[in-house]
Design a protein around this ligand. Sequence first.
Ligand code: MN
Ligand code: MN
Length: 362
Amino acid sequence: MQNALSGQFPAAFSPPTTDVGDLPQFWASFNNAPRRIQDAGWARQVTQADFAVAESVSGVNMRLDAGGIRELHWHLAAEWAIVTYGTCRVTTIDPAGRTYVADVGAGDLWYFPSGYPHALQGLGPDGAEFILCFDDGKQGEFNTLLVTDWMAHLPPGILASNFGVPEAVFGRIPTHDLYIFQGQLPGPLKADQAEVRSAEMPPNPFTFRLAGGPKAKQSKGGFIQIADSANFKAASTVAAALVTVHPGGMRELHWHPNADEWQYYVKGSAEMGVFNAGPKAVTTNFNAGDIGYIKRSLGHFVKNVGNTDLVFLEVFAANAYQDVALSEWLTHTPAQMVTAHFSIPADALAKFPRNAPGVVPA
Ligand code: MN
Ligand code: MN
């Protein structure tokens, strides 16, 4: 008999008979992560402290209400994010003093390099929700460098000297951090941009349209959209693919030679099988809000086992998106060598897809 939790993992509860051995747990979820709830939003995270296998990427799920501000801050890891709902304003400045203010909506990305100061604010009518990734599995959202923490822990005389105003100006600054707090809705984007405009723009935008942009691969089974430093030039340390799989379709057998894959399941219902030497082959289930993680170069597939579209993210702490598709390899290797391995007829091999479809139909 299955309880509610094991019932969500039919593939782990009754694995395919081809599964063998074990792998470090590669499933985690935001759904059981405690939310830090503030006046104007909330955040929850899954770092390597909770998810041992996830060495290169940690994840945060954050909600900002309309006007809600994620306070001015910075951190050691680079930050990459995708908006999953609503609209949000991002502000940053680079070390050359070049400013950047932009509004992002569902399916849009932002990227802030390590150490760049930034802030976020939910816009009307209902703020924003987003998934944020750090390019270091140990980086947490709750140990970032907060501007209010610093100001509260400086002698007033130091503040007065630094800013050239009397100490009394700082008599009412908060004594502990704000983190997420309610602000006034900002004015038009153009007004904010004009107010802080620097002599030069940053060389590359810190935001990017992923879901609204072109499809890198498309088949009857679904499509893949890719953002890495080739098109989202600012994102020098994080590459990503947004994958849409129609019911019954499957993200084809493949691996990534250059980086571990951190996954976030946006919607739908999936079964993923992962392969390592050993042999080890383990299959488990993923639903909306869940996180998956596949070590570099381990083979895997992701099948849509629901009756609606499956949408998930593949995120890599890497400069470029790279994958190797099994079908492409086998169809671009001398046929006699391939058929000698599998005892399959040459005319069957000739029917394998030759163009690395990315997603295969049901
Ligand atoms: Mn941040
Ligand atoms: Mn993959």
